[in-house]
Design a protein around this ligand. Structure first.
Ligand code: XIL
Length: 389
């Protein structure tokens, strides 16, 4: 049990929060959720230690997807998601809510052919109920913990057209606007994000995302940021710093921030055997992305998609993450922290006994009080969301 060995550390405030995708099953021994959510390698005490020592934000890698949260229509299962939020709350960290409306990882009751096909109004009802139930649950149970939501995930196809997802085909192109409005109605203090893959380079897809944001802002739709997933093909996939900065600022001109949401950079074994220095190339690629995020002025988050290589969805042999197979930090880690202006939380102090629940609750109340105050301040300064910046 992870909580048995770790005490809640004090978090240094970070200029740009560093986040990481986590699997609850890797942090907690007794996973009783669906088998698909078991940690790919099994419980590993180093996993939670590395997470807590290095990251301020956790993105549940799968546990908040619709297939897991609403396995039957109207029946929600928050068991694993709650544990991640509770873990984050105890340690004074944030959770990125990922992802409310997406074409993948949908429950079978929604996608399997039925007697009656979903029409627009029925699909809108399902979308609204899902967004509302999920967001309100975390806003009330874990106040201030899930401050940011990927409301719409991957709305575009590889050519920049609207992806033909369940939502787009049943509802129509305005499902994106609807989802964002439902999200704002459910929790007006949450930061709302459209999260997209393969948009970090200028091209038709980045252009299409810019155009989508422009149209949404024109219609005064609540939207705070776009997410650049950045699952790169190789270190060469990390754009030059100035190009990435320029692209981020184009979104800034439209009134939205940018977050790096799912960064991973494979370093295929072949690159090393051919005499290249894959580790150095990877380190430089991570540095470039962090540098761009630091320079852009509107980059508000830097999240990597996994903790250590053996737990990467890309496969261990791709060595795509910031910590190696032995959970040792790679060459880029300190530089990335420095570039983001962040002081790593540092290793949590070990204690022989589990923190008493009452103590944990008091600490958590203190932290959420502080967060409420800072959120009030942020919201006061954020009339900017709809007015644009
Ligand atoms: C991936 C997870 O990492 C895998 O464990 C799962 O099997 C499939 O989904 N874009 C996203 C993420 O927005 O949710 C995806 O996560 C990776 C691509």
């Amino acid at each position: 049990m992870v909580l048995a060995t770790l005490a809640a550390p004090t978090i240094a405030s970070a200029a740009i929060p560093r986040g990481v995708a986590v699997w609850w099953g890797c942090m907690e021994r007794d996973v009783d959720g669906p088998a698909t959510l078991a940690c790919p390698r099994g419980y590993d005490p180093r996993y939670a230690e590395t997470v807590l020592a290095n990251f301020e934000r956790f993105t549940p890698e799968n546990e908040l997807k619709m297939i897991h949260l609403q396995p039957r229509q109207g029946v929600f299962d928050f068991s694993l998601a709650d544990r991640i939020a509770g873990f984050a709350q105890f340690y004074g960290r944030q959770v990125r809510g990922h992802a409310l409306v997406w074409g993948s990882d949908l429950p079978r009751w929604l996608t399997e052919p039925r007697l009656f096909e979903w029409d627009r109004s029925a699909a809108l009802d399902v979308m609204r109920a899902h967004v509302r139930t999920v967001m309100r649950r975390f806003a009330t149970r874990f106040p201030g913990v899930v401050g940011t939501w990927d409301v719409v995930n991957e709305p575009l196809d590889e050519r920049g057209r609207l992806a033909k997802t369940f939502w787009a085909t049943r509802i129509g192109p305005d499902y994106i606007e609807r989802a964002l409005r439902y999200a704002d109605a459910a929790d007006s203090s949450a930061r709302l994000v459209i999260n997209e893959v393969d948009v970090e380079r200028p091209g038709p897809k980045a252009d299409a995302l810019l155009e989508l944001v422009r149209r949404l802002k024109e219609r005064d739709v609540p939207l705070d940021a776009v997410g650049f997933q950045m699952h790169l093909g190789s270190p060469r996939g990390a754009p030059p710093v100035e190009d990435l900065v320029a692209l981020m600022r184009r979104f800034g001109e439209l009134g939205v921030d940018v977050e790096i949401t799912e960064l991973d950079i494979p370093t295929p074994v072949l690159a090393t055997t051919l005499g290249g220095n894959a580790a150095a190339d990877q380190a430089n690629a991570y540095r470039r992305v962090a540098q761009a995020c630091a320079d852009a002025g509107n980059c508000t988050g830097f999240s990597v998609w996994g903790v250590a290589d053996p737990y990467s969805w890309r496969g261990e042999s791709e060595r795509a993450l910031m910590f190696d197979a032995a959970f040792q930090p790679k060459g880029q880690v300190n530089d990335v922290y420095e570039l983001l202006g962040a002081v790593p939380p540092g290793p949590p102090a070990s204690t022989a006994t589990r923190p008493r629940r009452a103590t944990a609750r008091r600490a958590s109340r203190r932290r959420s009080g502080a967060r409420r105050a800072s959120r009030r301040g942020r919201r006061a300064g954020r009339g900017s969301r709809r007015a644009g910046r």
